[in-house]
Each structure stands twice: as structure tokens, then as C-alpha cells.
Design a protein around this ligand. Sequence first.
Ligand code: HEC
Length: 283
Amino acid sequence: MNSSIFITLLSLAIVGALAYFAAVGFRGSGKNEELPANLTKYKSDDELETKHLDKSLSWAVLIASLLTIMIPLYYLGEDSRQESFVEEFEDVSVERGHHLYEEFGCGNCHGVDGGGGAASYVEKRSGVKVTWAAPAINNVFYRYDDSEVKYWLIYGRANSPMPAWGLEGGGPMNDGQLEDLIDYLHSFQVEQSFELGTIESSINSSLLRLENSALQVENEIINQKLLIEEIKAGPAKLPVLQEAVDKISALLEKDSGIDSDEDGLYDSVEVEISEYSATMQTL
Ligand code: HEC
């Protein structure tokens, strides 16, 4: 702001001075028949060495003092001017990055706010269609630095839904666009305390699973032992089963009686079967 006022004033002064010199230079020229300036009588020595000289010198002192004040003022503002240029440059870059994020649909997989999402994907070798988790990227700079993120952006992740975005990886974006995108990703990273909270709770739940795992393994071993016992007892149960099959087949062959619920089985047969299965279960 300071600098633009200074530059405007300076330009005005230069234009004014040029106009003044041009006016003086052209004075006397033109259509009228007056004598040329070098032939007209100018001021007397008395006038030149007193009033005229004083006036010129006063102007010189005034302009020199103005410059003496303005140049240091300009210098003092230089740091903040440069900082605001950098800020402005970054703001514009973030804006361009936001535009790219929307244009290339990063949000379709990673979520509009970068909080994570999913992508459907056909695994190349097996042809199986899967839903692939797309990680949150509003915390990606707690895992990777800028150059690592840029690498993933340029080349994507092979054999995953994440495509290559950089020209070198066969994607559509040049280096400047990738930088803008990275500046935009920086602009919406979650607070560090929030990220630490998430990490802590996932560590805790993993620890809990580890603690319980010994118990789970024990239970599983007991289950497997029971299963083996049952398998071993199988042959002993075979005659009993055979007997049951014979008995029930005989019952089903009965061809007279009342079928009150009309399910195709006579009531007496239904009673006998349920009594029989009750005795079987006690075995
Ligand atoms: C079609 C879905 C899809 C789109 C579109 C997509 N990504 Fe990805 N991205 C993924 C998946 C899936 C992964 C994780 C791959 C894996 O499992 O290794 C990923 C990984 C990443 C990673 C690495 C994150 C990490 O923690 O490992 C970054 C950074 C990233 N994507 C940024 C972007 C940006 C920026 C865009 C937009 C230009 C984008 N992605 C577009 C699906 C997508």
C-alpha cells in the first residue's frame, strides 16, 4: 500500500517535471513571429544571482529533503511488503489447489473434507471387485513430508485405486499444479492434538486385542479338542443313528390316522417322532 502511493507520487512528479521542461523548451516556438528564446533578452545578472538563484536552491533543498525522508520510509516497509507478497502468493496457491481438488475428484474417494472414504476397485489378477478404503488425507503430513506426498501424487499407488496424477507418472498435472495441491492439503490438516487422540485410541484398542488374544487362543484350542473328541466318538454313534433312520422310516410308512394340522404327517406319528427325538438328544 505504502509503496504504491510512493510510486504514484514519484511518477506524477516525473511527469510534471517533463511537462515543465517541455513547456519551457517549446516556449516561443509555433506560429507567432516572436524572436527565438536564445535571441531574446533574459534576466539581468542582479536578478539571476539573487531571487532566481534563491528560488532554484530552495526547490532543490525541498526535493532533497523529501527524498531523504521517503527513501528510508520505503526501506522500513520493505520487510512487511515482502511478507505480504508471500502470504498473498500462498493464498492464491491454496485457492488454485482447492480448485484442482474439486476438478479431479479427490473428494470422491478421500471425502470432501479429506476425512477418508472408499473406492470400488477391480483387482487386476483375480478380477474380484472390492471396496478399497481410501485413507484420510487431512492428517497426511503427520505421516509423510511434502516430498513423500508429492511422490504419491506423481506416481499414485500401483495396483490400488489411487491413480497417478503427475505428468511423470502419466497423469494430468504439471509440477506447479501439484505444488498448489500440496499447499491446499496443508490448509486443512487436523489439529495435532486431535490426531494424537486418534492414534492413542487405536493403540489402546490394539493393546486390548493383544491382551485378549491369549485367552482367545486358549478357547479356540478347547473348542478344537472337543471337536476332535466328537469326531472320534462318531463310529460308536453310527449304529444308534442307523436304528433311528430305520425307526423313523417305519413311522413314516404308516398310512392311517388323523392329520389335524394338515402338514402331511398323522398326529400319532408326529407325537412318536418328537418323543423319539427327545430320547435321542439325551444320548
Ligand atoms: C478413485 C479413488 C481415488 C481418487 C480419485 C484419489 N485417490 Fe488418493 N488414494 C486412493 C486410495 C485407495 C489410496 C490408498 C491406496 C493404498 O491402499 O495404498 C490413496 C492414497 C492417497 C495418498 C496417500 C495417503 C496415505 O496416507 O498413504 C494421498 C496423499 C492421496 N491419495 C491424495 C489424493 C489426491 C490429492 C487426490 C486428487 C488429486 C486423490 N488422492 C484422488 C484413492 C483415490
